[in-house]
Design a protein around this ligand. Structure first.
Ligand code: FMN
Length: 413
């Protein structure tokens, strides 16, 4: 036992996890000193409602297709997910968004998708959240439903042998695959969905609401992102190419966005930020009724009214006939910029897509094209991407206690 003066040199335990973990008195990833130099915009903290993120770099949601596909652990995260997300969290991104997590089992994109349809599923996610919090890193979860693109297979299978109707999942179960209208995403690959009844739509609104509540109250997430991009259920309601309904959920722009807005109304809470991801454009301007950047800009006004704090702008995914162009660095930034120019300070905007260089990422923030830069593949390649970008921009950031001392002389925080 050591007491008194010597205690000053004993590492204090974090109170964020139920095991010993050296306390990070200063959040990891924050630019805590930079000499006389100005801190680049990419490393400026940002306050979103009650939440402050330590820098503007976020881990984009990325499916890992790695939960059990049968048995009692179906859809539940495992130690793999703690290691995977922990490897990002320990390196101090401003925020992390956990992969698309299904609000009901039939909404999974593949049999190995993460689910958040029960309290047990939410509880399984809690250790990941706690570990991020022990770093002072903010973490949220993307909640979604695959709609007519549900019941596929993991991309690493699909790339080898195609998705194959009914081969892997539950698409041969009558009524299990649903959408706004009975139009298949791609005839050869996906089944024709069953048109959701108004009653089923209302049931799903509730399921999104329940999933968000669990994410906050049981897992302890700092925010929720509603997945309305990439041709999954909500995205397919937005677009006139996939939504041919004649009731209050189809036809006019206001009708097509209604399902999303009803979900936002049950998901939002006063005390936490709400994120939404949309495809800024369906990239199919030749198709009548396709979702365009002008639609996204128009939608942004409704999102503000319905309590959204961050609009995360991606693109594509709803149409098999979308334009295919080779992505270049920041290829989706113009979509985010169009929204940002329209909304000003009324809504925060995140951009994503092949953002590979620190200087480029910093310019996005500095120019005001977006408020947050999300990165996907870059974090898979290097979970310490924030550290690398800090080095590239000549910024000293706080590292986790165990990793800091070999690099920097004391005193440590
Ligand atoms: C392995 C992988 C899984 C993905 N899963 C999701 C997902 O669950 N939800 C989502 O909205 N986007 C998903 N995406 C898209 C990414 O979030 C991101 O928008 C895209 O990869 C472009 O960013 P990047 O060029 O930095 O990777 C995924 C991308 C990858 C590479």
């Amino acid at each position: 036992m050591t007491t008194g003066e010597e205690n000053r040199y004993l590492t204090q335990p974090s109170d964020k996890v139920p095991y010993f973990y050296p306390k990070n008195k200063i959040p990891v990833g924050i630019a805590n000193e930079n000499g006389d130099k100005q801190i680049p915009s990419l490393f400026n903290p940002l306050t979103i409602k009650n939440l402050t993120i330590n820098n503007r770099i976020g881990v984009s949601p990325m499916c890992t297709y790695s939960t059990a596909h049968d048995g009692p652990d179906l859809g539940k995260v495992s130690p793999f997910h703690s290691i995977h997300y922990g490897s990002f969290a320990i390196q101090g991104p401003g925020l992390i968004i956990i992969e698309a997590s299904a609000v009901e089992p039939n909404g999974r994109l593949s049999p190995e998708d993460v689910g958040i349809w029960s309290d047990e599923h939410a509880l399984a996610l809690k250790p990941i959240v706690e570990f991020a919090h022990a770093q002072g890193v903010k973490i949220g979860i993307q909640i979604g439903h695959g709609g007519r693109r549900a019941s596929g297979t993991a991309m690493y299978n699909a790339l080898q042998r195609g998705v194959g109707k009914a081969e892997f999942g539950w698409s041969d179960v009558p009524g299990a695959i649903v959408g706004p209208s009975p139009i298949a995403h791609t005839e050869e690959v996906y089944v024709t969905p069953t048109e959701l009844s108004v009653e089923q739509i209302q049931d799903l609104v509730q399921k999104f609401g329940d999933a968000a509540k669990r994410a906050r109250e049981i897992s302890g997430f700092d925010f929720v992102e509603v997945h309305a991009a990439h041709g999954f259920l909500l995205s397919s309601f937005l677009s006139g190419t996939s939504n041919k309904r004649t009731d209050q959920y189809g036809g006019s722009f206001e009708n097509r966005i209604r399902f999303l807005l009803e979900i936002l109304d049950v998901v939002k809470v006063d005390h936490q930020p709400l994120f939404v991801r949309v495809s800024g454009s369906e990239l199919a301007p030749h198709l009548e009724g396709s979702w365009t950047v002008e639609d996204t800009v128009k939608l942004s006004d409704y999102l503000i009214e319905h309590g959204v704090d961050v609009l995360d702008v991606s693109s594509g995914g709803n149409s098999s006939q979308a334009e295919r162009r080779k992505p270049y660095q920041g290829f989706q930034v113009p979509l985010a910029k169009a929204v940002k120019e329209h909304v000003g300070d009324k809504l925060l905007v995140a951009t994503v897509g092949k953002i590979e260089e620190a200087k480029f990422a910093n310019e996005i923030i500095e120019n005001g094209d977006a408020d947050i830069v999300l990165v996907g593949k870059g974090f898979l390649k290097n979970p310490a991407l924030v550290w690398k970008w800090a080095d590239d921009l000549d910024v000293r950031i706080k590292h986790t206690t165990q990793y800091e001392w070999p690099y920097y002389p004391p005193p440590f925080n």
